[in-house]
Design a protein around this ligand. Structure first.
Ligand code: RBV
Length: 428
């Protein structure tokens, strides 16, 4: 097994100032993550992860770093790398690597070979638990290191695309240890996917281009939780939102929400900004590029960079240049320029100015991750191999911590109400 890929501390020139800056970013994030603060205190006291080795492939930036530390402070030995070559903050990676229980391999801008070498370096720690954003660890372990599976209690998966891939794997009977679908919890999906993706994608595009949303035709491909968030926030910024969909009820939902719904081939002609959120490939392809207006912006908010067919765009282009940091202009033979942001990689994390989702939503998502890891250690053997919904009580536990931190009080059922809801014999 390859374990020669070096941790970030062996890769940076000015390590000390990177560590300092990374630590500063983490302190800011931590101040706004009350859920992880509570969970971390519990883990520090109970040391639930003593003897566990946790492998993680996630977006290594300040908020993720607080999750990593929380697990390490709970006694785990943690090995971590990135889940996207452009989302890593090297300074945060360096700061994490100083923790005695953490080895961090994440580095920004790595090529494919280094990216997978870092994944292998993480796997070389022989994990007992995996935490993924996009399923790279689960895939690599099953494909290349199946001998490790017996020693793995389980895993947790952060994102829609990862859960989708895991479910496909499970249906094929190929998934050989239990994995929690963290993405599918209400505490993740209703906040991270909707508000997180909505706010951070639009903010990243605005900051990268310095252009306004007001009066623009914004084409949102896909009306899942992420697409809904993007559509709603773009409307809030005074854009005219057009939705494209392939699922009839979602298309109808978008229509009833008041959005224009049309095929991409029509949207291509009128859109100013295109944002893909489908998780599928080939959403914007050659026939669409051919119809687009001069100056359009193309960006992707899905996990992988497969939604916009950049190969076809490159073939069509007679010239290509960096129009701004994070913006590549593809010039067509007729002079039209189509501007691709962040190489078509998930824009809220991969654009040079991107910071990922807002801190508050990641506190929720990572709160769920943390209690899922705890659940695996406490009761992992109760879960068969396959994808599992996160137990609802864990999700509620995180919601209650957040409400308490926000000072929001709420009602609880009376005994009579509980009895009424649990019975079938009370009619009119
Ligand atoms: N995401 N992470 C961040 N650490 O800043 N921002 C977004 C961060 C996660 C989010 O939960 C989503 O499901 C996933 O990234 C997509 O890769």
């Amino acid at each position: 097994m390859t374990d020669t890929y070096p941790p970030i501390s062996d890769q940076l020139d000015d390590l000390e100032s990177a560590q300092e800056e990374g630590r500063r970013k983490m302190e800011w994030a931590a101040q706004h993550m009350p859920i992880l603060e509570v969970v971390r205190e519990e883990f520090v006291d109970d040391q639930p992860f003593e003897g566990e080795r946790i492998a993680m492939a996630m977006h290594v930036e300040a908020k993720t770093a607080i999750l990593v530390e929380t697990l390490a402070d709970g006694g785990a030995e943690v090995a971590v790398t990135g889940c996207n070559p452009l989302s890593t903050h090297d300074d945060v990676s360096a700061a994490l690597d100083t923790h005695e229980n953490i080895t961090c391999y994440a580095k920004r801008g790595v090529d494919d070979e280094e990216y997978y070498a870092a994944i292998e370096a993480v796997i070389a720690h022989e994990p007992t638990i995996t935490v993924d954003d996009g399923m790279d660890l689960v895939a690599a372990i099953h494909e290349d290191y199946p001998e490790l599976i017996d020693g793995i209690v389980g895993g947790a998966e952060e994102t829609t695309t990862g859960v989708h891939r895991l479910r496909a794997m499970d249906e094929d009977g190929a998934l050989e240890y239990p994995v929690f679908a963290v993405n599918d919890t209400p505490m993740k999906r209703l906040f991270d996917n909707v508000h997180g993706t909505g706010e951070s994608s639009l903010a990243s595009i605005a900051m990268t281009t310095n252009l306004s949303w007001a009066g623009k035709n914004v084409v949102v491909a896909g009306f899942g939780y992420c697409g809904k968030g993007v559509a709603r926030k773009a409307t809030g910024q005074n854009a005219n939102v057009i939705v494209t969909e392939v699922e009839p009820r979602r298309a109808l939902e978008a229509h009833m929400e008041g959005y224009d719904v049309m095929p991409m081939s029509e949207a291509a002609e009128v859109g100013d900004v295109f944002l893909t959120t489908t998780g599928n490939r080939d959403v914007i392809v050659e026939e669409h590029f051919e119809r687009m207006q001069d100056g359009v912006l193309l960006a992707n908010a899905g996990h992988f960079d497969i939604e916009i067919d950049l190969e076809a765009l490159s073939d069509l282009a007679v010239d290509r240049y960096e129009a701004r940091d994070g913006v590549e202009a593809y010039e067509m033979a007729d002079g039209r320029r189509l501007n691709v942001i962040a190489e078509g990689r998930l824009v809220n994390l991969a654009a040079p100015v991107s910071l990922g989702h807002p801190v508050e939503v990641m506190d929720q998502s990572f709160g769920i991750q943390a209690v899922c890891v705890r659940e695996l250690v406490e009761s992992g053997d109760e879960y068969d191999a396959g994808v599992h919904d996160v137990p609802d009580d864990l999700d509620k536990e995180i919601a209650e911590i957040k409400l308490a931190a926000e000072g929001v009080e709420f009602d609880s059922l009376s005994d009579t109400q509980r009895e009424y809801m649990g019975s079938w014999d009370h009619g009119t």
